[in-house]
Design a protein around this ligand. Structure first.
Ligand code: C2E
Ligand code: MG
Ligand code: MG
Length: 641
């Protein structure tokens, strides 16, 4: 009887260690030694009982059991603190699991579904108590079996994929089911069967609070393949915002957002507020089997523009420039097709922005083409080279004489910047000045021109005291607070007669703040500088500008200079300007005089001064010095009959 009892106890003592052994796989390393010693102790008890059952029980074996049991006692005593930490960590994890703001779910694979083993209160709340322990995920929330935007496979496939690969996944998707919104889910496989999921609603992060449209973040996500991108920027929005206040600005932005949202819905796309007054409309490829063909991207842009032009809030209206790109873009080094599409549309937008002639679609909408990409590339290169300080060493000033039309006497000159780039060769100012204006580099360039021109004028005034020199400045300069201080200081320090120093401001009318612009002109006038309107006739504000501020001189753009009396329109325009000059009292210069016929015609129209290749091309300073010293007249007047 005792033999049987000993045998039964021994059998249990052998089996218990065997059941404990697999725990080593999941137990923390900290308790391995404890576990091994406990296993050893139970096992040695088993051996003791077997020996007893066989009547072979010996004292030495008792010593073995005693030694192992004491070793276990010592180790257990010594690791008390560690064991306590472990327990506390587990209870902490338990609390964070329960109190987490994100939904936490532990699932087990159940065929092609997942069985919920445990979920925390946040998970129950986010799923509106649809889920409970023991539920099958897809059974309770069938949307998991459907394709969810932006993924092309059902969510459950993505979860099972994570289990199979053993790799964690971060998913962001739009859920439009029992509960709608944007969700971010992190799935972490714990074993081939166990999946840990933590999820949160991120709709707020993905939407712009003001307009309710998507924000830029949506672009960072793995989106479906967009085929068309309209990149919008509101025209002169900053001006309205500054002058009429942010409430009105916000209201306009919201109205534009509504237009875009409607268009997005009509064409199965999405509307995004890119930031500030920039918006995007992204559309998928047109369905081939659609009942009626979709309008072209340019036509969609035209209808967006038309809708925007209809907006009127408290008497304020708004216009927009739109860059359009569609299809596969074979330019730009961007990795993802979406980035190429965006780049192309943005490049087209920048081009549309440059052309501010009217609100007509042909002036406000630009469709991307490869020529634009090349131009953009060139601009980026110019920008990079110009930004280097060393580019200043490659600048020099050419001077083109301005002559008395009748006698050819040199009355002054215009300083024209030249850039002989070591890497790009000579780059025309008409090309790099706009780039410099767009990037703010123009301020540095203007300062460079100002210094060098003033220095040169000081020298020439010694030879010819009545000689006038003018420089070109960008209209944007007049809104730069530092510019006026700089010009005051430099002119004062140059030792010149300031009424012989002129500032040419192109009439193309690019200024953001008219009041500021006019005030700066007045400040320059107070310094008794000569103020000149350059390229007159080429901008849209010409006459209005002339009436708003009294300039000393107007330079009529060479585009308007007639080559023969038969150019009736041009003759009429030049005559009208001449009449105006007598009324408002400003001097006139005809630009770009290349032929003597032009000079004769302009003389007949009472233009006293001219500039152009007929008199002289832009030249170096020493060459002009020689002419001034010799008192030369250029292209003397042929004898009149
Ligand atoms: P702009 O101020 O109207 O200067 C006159 C331009 O017409 C010069 O071109 C000049 O070389 C050219 N030109 C003069 N006479 C004739 C002619 O008879 N026929 C033709 N076809 N062209 C003639 P350039 O030097 O290439 O300068 C182009 C523009 O770049 C200038 O137009 C001006 O707006 C801008 N620019 C030049 N230098 C500067 C500068 O230092 N600062 C700024 N902000 N802009 C500058
Ligand atoms: Mg000029
Ligand atoms: Mg000009």
């Amino acid at each position: 009887m005792e033999i049987a009892a000993n045998g039964a106890i021994a059998a249990a003592y052998f089996i218990i260690p065997l059941t404990l052994l697999p725990l080593l796989r999941t137990a923390k390393r900290e308790i391995w030694l404890n576990l091994l010693l406990a296993i050893g102790f139970i096992f040695s008890c088993g051996v003791g009982h077997t020996l007893s059952a066989l009547g072979l029980h010996s004292t030495p074996w008792h010593w073995v059991t005693a030694a192992v049991s004491w070793a276990a006692v010592v180790v257990l005593c010594r690791s008390q603190t560690r064991l306590r930490y472990l327990t506390e960590t587990f209870s902490l994890l338990e609390t964070t699991w329960e109190q987490a703001l994100t939904g936490n779910v532990l699932c087990e694979r159940a065929g092609d579904d997942l069985k919920v083993l445990r979920l925390n209160p946040a998970a129950a709340a986010i799923t509106q108590n649809l889920l409970a322990s023991g539920d099958r995920l897809c059974e309770k929330m069938p949307l998991h079996r459907q394709q969810v935007y932006p993924y092309e496979v059902p969510l459950i496939d993505l979860y099972l994929e994570a289990l199979e690969s053993g790799e964690s996944k971060r998913l962001e998707y739009q859920y439009k089911g029992e509960i709608s919104g944007w969700y971010m889910t992190l799935v972490t496989p714990l074993s081939p069967q166990l999946l840990y999921m933590t999820f949160a609603e991120v709709s707020g992060i993905i939407h712009d609070p003001l307009t309710g449209l998507y924000n830029r973040r949506i672009l960072e996500m793995e989106l479906e393949h967009w085929d068309v991108c309209l990149f919008l920027d509101l025209d002169r929005f900053k001006l309205i915002n500054d002058q009429r206040g942010h409430f009105l600005g916000d209201a306009l932005l919201k109205a534009v957002a509504t237009v875009l949202q409607d268009q997005a819905q009509n064409h199965d796309g999405i509307a995004v507020r890119n930031g500030g007054d920039e918006f995007l409309l992204l559309l998928p490829a047109a369905a081939a089997d659609a009942a009626e063909p979709r309008p072209t991207p340019a036509a969609i842009a035209a209808s967006v523009l038309a809708d925007i032009l209809l907006i009127e809030i408290e008497g304020a209206s708004i216009s927009a420039s739109i860059g359009v790109a569609s299809g596969v873009i074979h330019a730009f080094q961007e990795d993802a097709p979406i980035n190429r599409l965006l780049q192309a549309a943005e490049t087209a937008l920048r081009e549309a922005k440059r052309n501010r002639r009217s609100n007509l679609p042909q002036h406000r909408i630009q469709v991307w083409n490869t020529a634009l990409a090349w131009r953009r590339l060139r601009q980026i290169t110019l920008e990079a080279y110009l930004a280097q300080r060393s580019s200043e060493l490659e600048f020099w000033l050419a001077y083109q004489p301005i002559c008395h039309m009748e006698t050819g006497a040199i009355v002054g000159a215009e300083a024209l910047i030249r850039w002989d780039s070591a890497r790009l060769g000579r780059v025309s100012p008409s090309e790099f000045i706009p780039v410099a204006e767009a990037t703010g580099l123009v301020h540095r360039i203007s300062d460079w021109v100002l210094c060098h021109a003033l220095e040169q004028l000081a020298q020439w005034q010694e030879v010819a005291p009545q000689f006038n020199l003018s420089i070109n400045i960008s209209p944007l300069e007049l809104e730069d607070d530092d510019f006026l201080d700089r010009i005051t200081q430099r002119v004062a320090g140059a030792g010149i007669a300031s009424n012989h120093f002129g500032i040419e401001i192109t009439e193309r009318g690019i200024y953001n703040n008219l009041e500021r612009y006019l005030q700066s002109l007045q400040d320059l006038r107070d310094m008794s500088l000569r103020l000149k309107v350059d390229d007159f006739g080429m901008g849209q504000s010409g006459l209005a500008q002339l009436l708003q501020f009294r300039f000393d001189e107007v330079k009529v753009d060479r585009y308007f200079i007639p080559t023969s009396a038969q150019n009736l329109e041009k003759v009429a325009i030049c005559r009208a300007i001449a009449n105006l000059s007598q009324g408002i009292n400003f001097d006139l210069v005809a630009e770009g005089i290349e032929q003597s016929s032009q000079r004769d015609l302009m003389l007949g129209l009472n233009y006293n001064y001219g500039q152009g290749y007929l008199f002289a091309r832009p030249m170096t300073a020493p060459n002009l010095t020689t002419l001034l010293q010799a008192g030369t007249s250029l292209s003397p007047q042929p004898p009149r009959d």
